[in-house]
Design a protein around this ligand. Structure first.
Ligand code: AMP
Ligand code: GLY
Length: 419
């Protein structure tokens, strides 16, 4: 079977590795992939958002299953497009992908179905913002409605900040939408909860906690994620029951009722406050770097899962886990998430020998004449599994020291809650 995997991050390298390890042997194409996936698959470098061109390539390479990593193609309707053209694809339809593509859509579903989430107001004009400000205390969170490459959320401590940001969004700072969601700030501990969903069933596919801030002690601007660990110890049985009954089930049935059932990976970003879960956001894909700590723990064959899910037969398989914990630390280019240089040589990467329990998932890398170069802000995900987070982190530090990348930096406190 020929499989295409769309995306180029650490998430896609981790998925690619798992597909590569499957007992169902397949030829893998990554579009566009990175230097890590190049070792396992054929990278095809073109713009996957050009769906017509994508289709032509998928047909040319006789692809019979497409896995979509990132959100943008899902929100643009890649699943509807490929299905219409008779290509099997794993991911949510365009309507359901609005769970991530529009914060206003997601919040409206919460309101209609009593799903616990931060108190909010969808605003289209300034008077609505001013009204919300009158009735709520600081801090408040301003969220651009549409996709904003991780730059659409700001936690504001003053009314002026809220007003200035709102004005920017109303006047088109983000191309995806001119609406915004203004919401109360929730205090608590964040956790990510993942599901694999078909039209008939959903199954748990891991929990994780990530570190979004660039700086140690959770300081500085937000990033795509500086590191993660799995499982998330905060998610115990009783909390999981609440997450499923109060958040997941009502969401999935709301989409079913609309005639647009959800399928694919579903990522619930949660805030846990006094043992109660609140939905902060939905993502319609795996997390990055959360995927990098979930895949190494998964015992079940992922290709079997993808095939069953796309046939609505998830009920035929029980997902199994290795009895191991996993952590990843992201090695970033100095300057990230602000300005940073590209095409920097990662000199020692070739020389690093990894033991069985460790892996390096590539993100922003490319390979030229057998040499590795950085082309992104998040460059490598140093990942290891074991019995104790404390020991795993030590192993990761050792690998990072061996890479000794002079243009890089990383957070030394990943997993501070668990080590
Ligand atoms: P989002 O894109 O909605 O996940 O927001 C990005 C990050 O902002 C989240 O992971 C949280 O750390 C933070 N955040 C978003 N909404 C809230 C909220 N209502 N209360 C507290 N923190 C929030
Ligand atoms: N790590 C956060 C995300 O994937 O959105």
């Amino acid at each position: 079977m020929n499989i295409a995997l769309i995306g180029s991050g650490g998430r896609e390298h981790a998925l690619c590795q798992k597909i590569y390890e499957s007992s169902i042997k397949s030829k893998i194409y990554c579009i566009p992939g990175n230097a890590g996936t190049a070792k396992l698959a054929t990278n095809l470098n073109f713009d996957f958002l050009n769906f017509k061109f994508l289709l032509k390539n998928l047909k040319k390479n006789k692809i019979s299953l497409v896995i979509v990593g990132p959100e943008q193609p899902l929100v643009n309707g890649i699943v509807d497009f490929l299905k219409k053209n008779k290509i099997r694809v794993f991911g949510p339809n365009k309507y359901a992908a609005q769970l991530e593509g529009s914060k206003a859509f997601m919040k409206s579903i919460c309101k209609k179905n009593n799903i616990p989430t931060a108190n909010f107001k969808i605003c289209k004009k300034k008077s609505e913002v001013l009204n919300f400000l009158k009735n709520n205390n600081m801090p408040l969170v301003v969220k651009a409605d549409g996709l904003a490459a991780g730059k659409g959320v700001a936690i504001c401590n003053s009314k002026n900040e809220v007003i200035n940001l709102s004005n920017e969004i109303f006047s088109g700072k983000f191309k995806s939408s001119k609406k915004l969601v203004l919401e109360e700030f929730l205090e608590g501990e964040e956790a990510s909860y993942f599901l694999i969903v078909d039209k008939k069933k959903f199954s748990f596919i891991g929990s994780a906690q990530d570190h979004k801030r660039v700086g140690e002690n959770e300081t500085g601007p937000n990033t795509g994620g500086m590191g993660a660990y799995s499982p998330a110890p905060i998610i115990n049985n009783s909390l999981e029951k609440k997450i499923i009954s109060r958040i997941i089930k009502p969401t999935l049935s709301a989409l079913k009722k609309k005639g647009k059932p959800y399928t694919g990976f579903l990522y619930a970003g949660l805030m846990i406050k006094n043992g109660e879960p609140y939905l902060i956001e939905y993502n319609v894909r795996m997390g990055d770097p959360e995927c990098q700590v979930i895949m190494p723990r998964l015992k079940t064959d992922i290709v079997k899962l993808f095939i069953l899910a796309t046939k609505n037969k998830l009920n035929k398989i029980k997902i199994k886990w290795k009895k191991r914990k996993c952590m990843t630390i992201v090695l970033c280019t100095k300057g990230y998430p602000g300005k940073y240089k590209k095409n920097l040589l990662i000199k020692n990467l070739n020389k690093v020998l990894l033991k069985k329990n460790s892996q390096i998932f590539h993100a922003g890398t490319q390979i030229i004449n057998k040499k590795y170069f950085s082309i992104g802000g998040r460059v490598l995900n140093i990942t290891s599994t074991g019995q104790s987070f404390f020991k795993i982190r030590k192993v990761i530090f050792k690998i990072i020291r061996k890479i000794n990348w002079k243009y890089g930096f990383f957070r030394k406190d990943i997993g501070w809650r668990v080590v």
